[in-house]
Design a protein around this ligand. Sequence first.
Ligand SMILES: *Cc1c(COP(=O)(O)O)cnc(C)c1O
Length: 430
Amino acid sequence: MPTLVAEEPQIITNLKPILGASGVKGKKVTTLSSQVTISDFIQTIIKDSPTEIDSPFSVIDLRVLINLMNKWTTNLPTVKPFYAVKCNPNISIIGALAALGTNFDCASRAEIESVLSLGVSPDRIIYANPCKPESHIKYAASVGVNVTTFDSVGEVEKIKKWHPECEMILRIKPEEESGARSSLGLKYGALLNEVPELLKAAHMAGLKVTGVSFHIGSGGADSQAYHGAILLAKNVFETASRLGMPKMKVLDIGGGFTSGSKFDEASLHINDAIKSYFRNDEDLVVIGEPGRYFAETTCTLATKIIGKRVRGELKEYWIDDGIYGTLNNIVFDYAIVKCTTLRFGSKPENVTYKDSKTYPSTVFGPTCDSVDTVLKEYPLPELEVDDWLVFPNMGAYTTSSGTNFNGYSSSAKHIYLACSSSVVREQIMF
Ligand SMILES: *Cc1c(COP(=O)(O)O)cnc(C)c1O
């Protein structure tokens, strides 16, 4: 039996488990009433700050995690979520998710350390990186993280040498990744014709191959791709049996989920494919590795306008975060970001909120590189220095991949924890 265990997730209706979670406990969490949006909260933070507020900053709405976990449990009751830490390694997000009953997908020693530091048991972690440095494998062995993925013979040799008790999940390359913003099949996943050789290599090395994993690609991939990939995984289960290996038990459907209506679509394809292809596999353990699904809509970024230049009709602004910082998702994740405005610098008599004319505007990040451009020809009212731009849905592949280029410390350092009202929150805010 695979060692991957999960507390049975339950529909959560009260906040207690979250507020008491490691990574959250002891921190200030502002509970918002149903009339108060995250944008209102941000406005209050800026307005009520007795000193100059540190900018940029982020708000994490823990309610979003609760809602998404409830949604996951409803839609995919048989699939255990292993949150992909790389997507957003914020300790409060990890701690809250642990309290909600998710397990974790870690890809490095540091990610494993940070999850363990919250008191999460190592049997709730899958080391889902098909190519691992030896020192990280030794570390995983020493702390009891005993499940990993592989897609090459070289990895079999390393695991045999440093962690022979580790269970092996064969990562395969799904055929279709259409629509994905970030294709992972370019780098990972065994081709179908490589599967027998890899299975044999692991078996001959005395390792337990307990399952199959795949990743259909991150961000907006075609939900139907899950169906084809689950069929492919079934073929690998059968290949293993044909080779006389012990029966496989773990089907790992990877990540690639987004949190909007596409999640319903994906769930239908997944449930349907599992029912069709794994009907007779009674002790099947199905796991998923959602990253973006949980992180994306949880965080909102607030940045201050620190400079302005007017060239005729063209208004140009500088903000204090950019593509070398939190907004690096524009480059690495092909994100198309949106923002709203908060007026603090504009003189009140110039501000007509609702019907103020907009201009196609440019928004630059703070570094001296011209690549550091966040928005182009973006419709904004005329703004002033000390006004703010607020970017919703900034939780996925943002703070985890920023840099310190030009001395601008990577990402929003100040993080406020909030919990919006349980009324279902709009995914795209404002
Ligand atoms: C990045 C990654 C994930 C998370 O992908 P999302 O598209 O953010 O859900 C899951 N599994 C593996 C192996 C990954 O590399």
